[in-house]
Design a protein around this ligand. Structure first.
Ligand SMILES: NC(=O)c1ccc[n+]([C@@H]2O[C@H](COP(=O)([O-])OP(=O)(O)OC[C@H]3O[C@@H](n4cnc5c(N)ncnc54)[C@H](O)[C@@H]3O)[C@@H](O)[C@H]2O)c1
Length: 317
């Protein structure tokens, strides 16, 4: 029987992934864990374990003694935060991955999911319909860590037959938890501020186009990839995955259709340079061919759902 451990379960993706996995399997089969002492309310309906992924021995002990079969490793420092703490970002984003890959190599785990990002691409990558296989010269600490992670995942699969699977997530949009320090966070924050203040000051310039995806699509993609027959998985680094693409200006125009008084201003900061190095849109034909990926949520649908559901009381600023 599967026994799943989600590491970094208290974050934007983890909280929704735990809910989806518990619905698919059973509450007892899905253990949420995070460095946070207190289990976030949203995932309190099942087992929770405080775990620091950097404590290699504690993680090994927990996985082995609880007969964990599958790990979803989500703990990481995201793009904007990583630029502020490069040493720690490298440590957190890489050491945790080795701990989990080694457990699988030794036969303690059956399957691993580890997310990559569009940040693996860089300023020299063709940025429209970015192909799966292309120039990859990331210029951020976060992107370098994700690219190195992809290489190690593929290596552990080739050399040790580790069943590790990965997706290059685009910017993810959701309303249940706030995002954790990424360059695409504006596309979540904008809905909270539109509802609370009727205005939003964007840290990216108006025409910065980036690939985005609604969280429900990302969660479904993750589970579909993990369930696909092993022989169909031709990519063991990470799959390109596409949802929709938009600019701050385009998103603001869609919000204005629902909240006519909404106003947006632009004050680009250090995140502009990160965004400028990333693709505008993604070619995900390998995901479509290998495991039948198809997105569901368009930008219009995302705007409608977000404006109906964000709770500005969650905001701290
Ligand atoms: N959210 C996005 O738009 C996006 C896009 C591309 C890739 N990703 C990747 O997906 C993964 C999850 O992203 P997210 O948006 O949910 O991030 P997040 O920052 O919202 O959540 C990360 C979680 O990891 C936990 N954590 C931090 N240090 C830890 C440690 N030492 N041990 C255990 N837990 C620790 C944090 O407390 C937090 O709950 C990351 O690898 C990220 O790079 C996210």
């Amino acid at each position: 029987m599967k026994k799943i451990l989600v590491i970094g379960a208290g974050g934007q993706i983890g909280s929704e992934l735990v809910i989806a996995l518990r619905n698919k399997f059973s509450k007892e089969q899905v253990i949420a864990s995070d460095v946070k002492e207190i289990c976030p309310d949203i995932i309190q309906d099942g087992p929770y374990q405080q775990l620091d992924i950097l404590n290699r021995e504690a993680v090994r002990e927990f996985v082995i003694s609880n007969n964990i079969t599958d790990v979803y490793l989500l703990a990481a420092l995201l793009s904007a935060t990583a630029e502020k703490h490069p040493d720690f970002a490298w440590k957190l984003n890489m050491e945790g991955l080795f701990t989990i890959l080694d457990l699988a190599k030794e036969g303690h785990l059956k399957q691993i999911f580890w997310p990559s990002s569009i940040a693996v691409f860089g300023p020299t990558t063709p940025n429209v319909n970015t192909p799966q296989y292309t120039i990859m010269e990331p210029s951020t600490v976060y992107g370098i860590s994700k690219q190195a992670g992809e290489r190690w995942c593929e290596y552990y699969n080739n050399k040790f037959n580790v069943d590790v699977r990965s997706i290059r997530y685009p910017g993810l949009i959701s309303y249940t938890s706030l995002p954790g320090g990424g360059t695409t966070d504006y596309a979540v924050d904008i809905f909270y501020k539109a509802k609370r203040d009727g205005k939003f000051d964007c840290f990216l310039s108006e025409n910065t186009e980036l690939p985005m995806m609604y969280m429900a699509d990302a969660i479904r993609a993750t589970i579909e990839l993990m369930e696909a027959p092993s022989e169909n998985i031709t990519i063991r680094s990470a799959y390109n995955l596409s949802g929709c693409s938009f600019t701050p200006k385009g998103l603001a125009a869609k919000i204005k259709k629902i909240i006519p008084a909404f106003e947006i201003t632009y004050t680009p900061d250090f995140r502009q340079q990160i965004a400028d190095s990333w693709p505008k849109s993604i070619d995900d034909s390998f995901a479509r061919k290998d495991w039948n990926w198809e997105e569901e949520f368009t930008t219009d649908k995302i705007v409608e759902i977000m404006l109906n559901n964000v709770n500005p009381a969650l905001l701290t600023t």
